[in-house]
Design a protein around this ligand. Sequence first.
Ligand code: NAI
Ligand code: MG
Length: 501
Amino acid sequence: MAALPKVEVAAAGAKQSAVINFLKESPKNLLIGGKFVAAKSGKVFESINPANEEVLALVAEGDAADIDEAVKAARGAFEQGRWPSMRPAERARYLFKVADLIEAHSEELAELETLDNGKPIWESRVVDVPFAAETFRYYAGWVTKIYGETNPSDPSMFNFTLHEPVGVCGQIIPWNFPLLMASWKLAPALACGNTVILKPAEQTPLTALRLGELILEAGLPDGVVNVIPGFGPTAGGAIAAHPGIDKVAFTGSTEVGKEILKASAGNLKRISLELGGKSPNIIFPDTDMKRAVGSAMMGVFMTQGQVCCAGTRIFVEQGIYEQFAEALSQGAQKMTLGNPLDPKTKMGPVVSREQYDRVMGYVKIGKDEGAKVAAGGEAAGGKGYFIKPTVFTGVCNEMRIAREEIFGPVAATIPFKDEDDAVLQGNDTTYGLAAAVWTRDVSRAVRVARRLKAGTVWVNTYGVLDPISPFGGYKQSGFGRELGRYALELYTQVKSVFVAL
Ligand code: NAI
Ligand code: MG
């Protein structure tokens, strides 16, 4: 058995006593059937604070045996429980309650997220936690508005449709927005009456477990939400292959997305995949340069660049390329990198040693490919996985740093000649998650937005997401749309009923 974590050291700087108390209850157990239980194997793994490399908590390590138990609990809650068949207004009330509880515990959740993930506290406070609450509230509103239709059948028949839940859903999420991804997955699934097995990423299991506690506090029936931390190939793989799971929703790497699709074939699970990106942010000269630079910085450096829709390929019209790259590099150099619990910190560490090595590997690849480091290009040194915000200039779209998802604070700036060239280069990628265009010319903005092959296009802004609007990928960025009313399609199936009159 691993030694107990030194919580005061690992969580130094945390102000919320609720966070310290949560971390001290060690190990953190799996949520199955309304109870927190140890893994059947008895195994635990460490969740690390990436800012100081200390162990925050020991977490029960779920694997296939625990997924089996969770499937039984979720199946029972679906087939025998009240959840799918209760009055919609009542189910809505539970989801409103979860939103209220997230808000009531917002500072606690923000600190816990920052400790486990490394993202700066301002982000956890302004983005992750409030957006999570809003997502639950948004889908709570949908519960009472899931309509079927009556169809113009032959007069001897009455035909109508029912939009019914899919059943037991497995949801596998990444570590970049742990609480928020849990909310994007859980809220629509629950709104539609499904029951869920959620597998948080092994790097960041803590806020999902705390959310599990809040969900119990909100009074959802046992087994409706099960939370099983564990590793990808074991716990995640067991979800993807399990014959008792009806649907899998996954956010993560394209590589694993393909594995999940293959594993799902056994019982033809419904699959939705939200995968990687290499999104183009296209800057024309007729734009507010100051805003474009600031937005491009946020677009590529937020959450240390570990964002699936990060604007990592910044295409700048050749006439303003030098000036833009210079301003971006200066901005990057001024970003305060440091203790993520400090409200003044703009950038924290990347999430793990593995991610640190991967990102630093790409920085080296960029240099070897002949791109020029205009800012950063090195680690910050000392304890923690800190990497300086990095801007490469002189990049061409064929280089690996322009083609492969780096998932770290690394921007590739690339010049373009004209509108056609911008669209051609922007679309020249295997991904298609998001894109942006900056111009004051409305016609050009709409033309380019239409031509870009991406699931989301921003005009004169970057990274705006909202529960009201669908999010998902073209090409190898995946399929299915989360958020908005589109997510209801992921979590319902349509039944047509004919009644002979
Ligand atoms: P990953 O895709 O391996 O992990 C994401 C989730 O999938 C985690 O919960 C993990 O446990 C699970 N998983 C891993 N292997 C699995 C398997 N065989 N079956 C079922 N579930 C499995 O991503 P990883 O390794 O953390 O990061 C590698 C790269 O993936 C990043 O550098 C980035 O490029 C990309 N990525 C993209 C994300 C996005 O939001 N689109 C999020 C995280 C990573
Ligand atoms: Mg992986």
